[in-house]
Design a protein around this ligand. Structure first.
Ligand SMILES: C[S@@+](CC[C@H](N)C(=O)[O-])C[C@H]1O[C@@H](n2cnc3c(N)ncnc32)[C@H](O)[C@@H]1O
Length: 379
């Protein structure tokens, strides 16, 4: 194959790191190197892990689809109730016993199920973690839509990003503006997956030092209610698109929290941002939008805030130690398919906050940064 001429921004820079990576890659790619390493005492384990991790990259979609089949077949819930053999499992999910057996074994190989006696299955450790995690299960089901958009990934990257996709039609505020107006489906998904984010935020940040919290783009209010329950003195404000706010109101009434909450229907890009709050939060909002609207929003939010009051950005960040794949790999592709936004690192947000006129900012990494990180900025 002809060697491609570099056509980027001139010659690639020279450095010791470039030489080291080139040497390392030549060595790893040499036929026989992996085999020789795998046989070496002490180092063999590392070589086998690298090979397994490469295979996981290639086969990961099959693992996700096996997980989805376990969820949608009802087997995940059924196995949480009692052990099943393949005949009982087949009845639960209306499959032939051989097909049920294949699914149980596939799930077993990735830790979702476990064979505790010959032919008898229970949930494995991953299955036990998944069954109680309503948010993860909702995302798993939702991924059917992303999966359709990723069928031909290169085609997705090649085509104009403003063309409608399955995801842009789902997130009606993002890509398919004007095409559809349904906000119920994404609001339900966000509510189902919010508890992990709220749990991390409440554990990592002391909300009790504030009097009034405004959650911008607060959806049906799952985050706000969780923070409000943990901080009974806090007055609450929720801002979102009008029909999302209508649904949120009903949920605050049901939770007995409507009295302490102000509801602000509107668009944070076009309407005035309410003032008088000493804490404003943007939870899983900014990564949905491109740089220019985000900078504009941050400037408008800062202008609405009194000097010394606080903005919290709460979302999973790119380039996060221990959660790197979640940033640029998962959200990178997800948001590309959605037609709007990108995952940003803490450094990128801190630069944007400075450009938007915030005085100080700091990063908080909670114990589970795969769910979210927090950036605290002072106006
Ligand atoms: C990804 S959801 C996050 C919801 C919630 N903050 C959470 O973390 O569960 C984005 C939210 O922003 C809202 N939103 C999008 N565009 C908006 C706009 N222009 N003005 C107000 N809210 C908007 C959506 O309706 C939705 O509730």
């Amino acid at each position: 194959m002809a060697k491609a001429e570099p056509q980027g921004s001139g010659q690639p820079p020279e450095s010791w790191r470039r030489r080291w990576i080139a040497w390392r890659n030549r060595t790893i790619g040499r036929p026989g190197f992996q085999k020789a390493m795998a046989a070496l005492p002490g180092i063999g384990g590392m070589a086998r892990r690298r090979a397994a991790s490469l295979f996981n990259l290639i086969a990961g979609f099959a693992y996700s689809q096996a997980t989805l089949a376990l969820e949608e077949s009802g087997l995940l819930d059924a196995l949480a109730e009692q052990p099943l053999d393949k005949k009982a499992a087949a009845k639960v999910c209306s499959l032939e016993p051989e097909a049920a057996d294949r699914l149980l074994r596939a799930a077993g190989a990735i830790g979702l199920t476990e064979q505790y006696a010959p032919g008898w299955w229970m949930l494995g450790e991953q299955g036990a973690a998944l069954v109680g995690n309503a948010g993860a299960r909702a995302m798993l089901r939702h991924h059917r839509i992303l999966y359709r958009d990723l069928t031909d990934p290169l085609d997705l990257f090649r085509k104009n990003r403003r063309e409608p996709t399955n995801l842009s039609k789902f997130w009606t505020y993002a890509g398919a503006k004007g095409e559809a107006t349904d906000t119920a489906a994404y609001s339900e998904l966000m509510a189902a997956s919010q508890h992990l984010v709220a749990e991390q935020a409440v554990g990592a940040y002391d909300f009790s030092r504030h009097r009034r919290l405004l959650d911008l783009g607060g959806g049906q209010g799952a985050f706000l209610r969780a923070v409000g329950q943990a901080n009974p003195e806090l007055e609450l404000g929720l801002f979102d698109l009008p029909d999302v706010v209508e649904r949120a109101k009903a949920q605050f009434e049901e939770a007995g929290m409507a009295q302490r909450t102000r509801f602000h229907p509107g668009s944070f890009f076009d309407d005035e941002i309410p003032s008088g709050y000493d804490l404003v939060s943007l939870t899983r909002i900014l990564h949905d939008h491109d740089d220019a609207p985000v900078l504009d929003l941050l400037q408008r939010v800062r202008e609405s805030m009194a000097k010394g009051s606080t903005l919290l950005i709460i979302e999973p960040l790119a380039d996060t130690p221990g959660a790197k794949a979640m940033g640029d790999a998962y959200f990178g592709l997800y948001l590309w398919a959605m037609g709007s936004g990108r995952p940003r690192s803490a450094r990128e947000y801190r630069e944007m906050l400075r450009d938007a006129g915030f005085a100080r900012h700091r990063l908080i990494r909670p114990p589970q940064p795969i769910a979210t990180s927090l950036i605290v900025a002072v106006a």
